[in-house]
Design a binder for this molecule. Structure first.
Ligand code: NAG
Ligand code: NAG
Ligand code: NAG
Ligand code: NAG
Ligand code: NAG
Ligand code: NAG
Ligand code: NAG
Ligand code: NAG
Ligand code: NAG
Ligand code: NAG
Ligand code: NAG
Ligand code: NAG
Length: 470
């Protein structure tokens, strides 16, 4: 029965596809596992597929009664993807240890006995978005392509009124190929009614301040600046995983580095295949410690724990505030940009969305007082919406991250827990007071472009930068 159903579906899918291609069918016995592991996504350090923000306060995302949206800004991450080059290299080294093991595997690794094929089967896919075509299972519900298409549909459902007088408009994408591809899938899914021009803005350091991905143009940024803090986090959970697997499988020699790689194996295999038996290797407590390690490292590398990040995020925040201030004069009401997770994290740091001033503790896992949950903030396909709306004679600003309204703690007196624009502009000026991306990052050593202009000069410049596999 199942195989008849599947081959029927396969035939339909192929027939519907403009460019017919061979769709990998996947293995029938794994059908019951496919698309069932959503409960793990919040623990997988943002590498797993998209999920709505779990810290949702229940505030409706639609404009409050009597209010009308006057501008929407979208900053979104690329969708579900294959691992990056560096991650793939580390994953292969762990995979080789397992594939060179000559005995039968026991317990949680026993799935490797059943003619398992590694999920990176073509090195050309490394760094790339997962698509219907390069996915390892035709039924994978988590491809980046599908996520972008679904996002476009949701966007239209909520905001198409903003485009009632607009058919031709730009969508901005950083020049990473997977970011561009996400923007393109999103644009196409808006339908033929719209004539979207992709503006591909260079994410190379030479672009200086005229970039959506300021982090890439910041030579001063030092990944290890706070390593002496984050290194204090106990790696016992990794040692436990490695020793458990080695104990269950005589002669296997996994290290704590291998154990760390297995979390990425789990997350990325879900992006590629729609499920991963590797995820069953971990206990729930190990998953919790792993996700906190991600919160901790992000906080001190790309978030409020690293002072320079306020400057990095100010590059985009400043442009965003400028667009908000110009909303009456600008014809375009919707500003959509695609980029990387760290750029969104940097931006939210300067905005102050998840910054309660409490420094994250590397010596234990906090719960009640932990608001900086990076592992929840930027999954694949993450999206930060800036809404500006008008209610009678006043205007307001608020943020929606991954389907959840996140009020600004110190400015939320407006309808829908929004911030009145008059207060908001002061708030923003205060957050960016003394901040300077160009100076703080030593951008001058790689570029003399001191200002972000692409939102204003795209019509003359026609941004069409070379795509990078990064
Ligand atoms: C065993 O590991 C080596 C690298 O250490 C790798 O080149 C080789 O392909 C592996 N063998 C199998 C069967 O995976
Ligand atoms: C579209 O144009 C009409 C007529 O000028 C105007 O009333 C309406 O506000 C415009 N809509 C938007 C979203 O700008
Ligand atoms: C689509 O947009 C581009 C860029 O603005 C413009 O040059 C072109 O004329 C538009 N095409 C249509 C059919 O509106
Ligand atoms: C980065 O920071 C670490 C820790 O402070 C320091 O040892 C290292 O020299 C720095 N690297 C650069 C390139 O400045
Ligand atoms: C980390 O190193 C910096 C200097 O590079 C120092 O100021 C700070 O106290 C150190 N922190 C810890 C936790 O060791
Ligand atoms: C999780 O981390 C905490 C704090 O470092 C530690 O006490 C606990 O033993 C860890 N759990 C595991 C399973 O390693
Ligand atoms: C693992 O399984 C094999 C057979 O599949 C068995 O011979 C071996 O004793 C098991 N090892 C352990 C540590 O349980
Ligand atoms: C595992 O590591 C130990 C210590 O490094 C070594 O003696 C042993 O030969 C290794 N076993 C395998 C199967 O690689
Ligand atoms: C809006 O209108 C109220 C009275 O209706 C007035 O008190 C308030 O100052 C007005 N606000 C602005 C920004 O014009
Ligand atoms: C914001 O942009 C203005 C120019 O529009 C510039 O003068 C100012 O320095 C910028 N501030 C930051 C923090 O980047
Ligand atoms: C600086 O800007 C000028 C144009 O104003 C350009 O020709 C030159 O190549 C730039 N230099 C660097 C190092 O980017
Ligand atoms: C961008 O450049 C590519 C390759 O140079 C070209 O094929 C494409 O038509 C260009 N797109 C636009 C919108 O100009």
């Amino acid at each position: 029965m199942v195989s008849v159903f599947l081959s029927g579906l396969l035939a339909t899918l192929v027939a519907q596809t403009v460019d017919a291609y061979v769709v990998p069918q996947g293995k029938l016995p794994d059908l019951h596992k496919l698309g069932t592991q959503d409960y793990l996504f919040p623990y997988l350090a943002g590498a797993a597929p998209y999920f709505s923000f779990p810290g949702n306060y229940g505030i409706p995302t639609t404009a409050p009664e009597g209010c009308e949206i006057s501008q929407l800004q979208v900053i979104a991450r690329h969708g579900e993807r294959y691992p990056t080059t560096g991650r793939a290299r580390r994953l292969f080294s762990t995979y080789y240890k397992l594939s060179n093991y000559t005995r039968e595997f026991n317990e949680s690794l026993s799935f490797l006995n059943d003619d398992y094929t590694f999920f990176i089967s073509d090195s050309n896919n490394i760094e790339q978005e997962t698509t219907y075509k390069n996915s390892l299972d035709v039924l994978n519900p988590y491809t980046g392509q599908r996520d972008a298409e679904k996002h476009a549909r949701q966007f239209l459902d909520e905001y198409s009124a903003l485009l009632e007088n607009t058919t031709s408009f730009p969508i901005f994408a950083a020049s990473s190929r997977r970011v561009h591809d996400t923007a393109q899938f999103f644009s196409k899914a808006l339908g033929e009614k719209y004539n979207v021009t992709l503006q591909v803005v260079s994410e190379a350091p030479t672009s200086g301040a005229n970039t959506i991905s300021a982090g890439n143009a910041c030579p001063g940024w030092n990944e290890s600046a706070n390593a002496n803090i984050t290194d204090a986090f106990s790696t016992d959970y990794l040692k436990n995983i490695a020793s458990r697997l080695n104990r269950q499988n005589k002669g296997l020699n996994l290290t704590q580095t291998d154990a760390f790689n297995l979390f990425n194996w789990c997350a990325f295999e879900i992006n590629v295949r729609g499920y991963s038996y590797m995820c069953d290797v971990f206990t729930q407590e190990e998953l919790i410690n792993y996700s906190y390690y991600d919160d901790l490292t992000s906080y001190y590398q790309d978030g409020p724990g690293y002072d320079m990040i306020y400057d990095v995020g100010s590059n985009l925040f400043n442009a965003s505030v400028k667009l908000l201030k110009q909303s009456e004069e600008l014809d375009l009401k919707v500003w959509i940009s695609f980029t990387h997770d760290t750029d969104i994290v940097n931006l939210m740091t300067t905005i102050g969305l998840f910054d309660n001033g409490v420094k994250l503790d590397p010596t234990s896992v906090p719960f009640r007082d932990l608001v900086y949950r990076k592992s929840w903030q930027t999954p694949q396909g993450a999206r930060l919406y800036t809404q500006k709306y008008k209610c009678s004679n006043e205007t307001y600003v608020r943020y929606v991250l991954n389907d959840a309204v996140i009020p600004l703690e110190s400015c939320k007196s407006g309808p829908g827990f929004s911030c009145p624009t008059t207060e908001f502009y002061d708030y923003a000026a205060d957050r960016m007071n003394g901040r300077n991306f160009y100076k703080s990052c030593d951008v001058a050593s790689v570029s003399n472009v001191t200002e972000l202009t692409f939102y204003w000069d795209y019509n003359e410049r026609h941004y069409n930068d070379t795509l990078l596999n990064q």
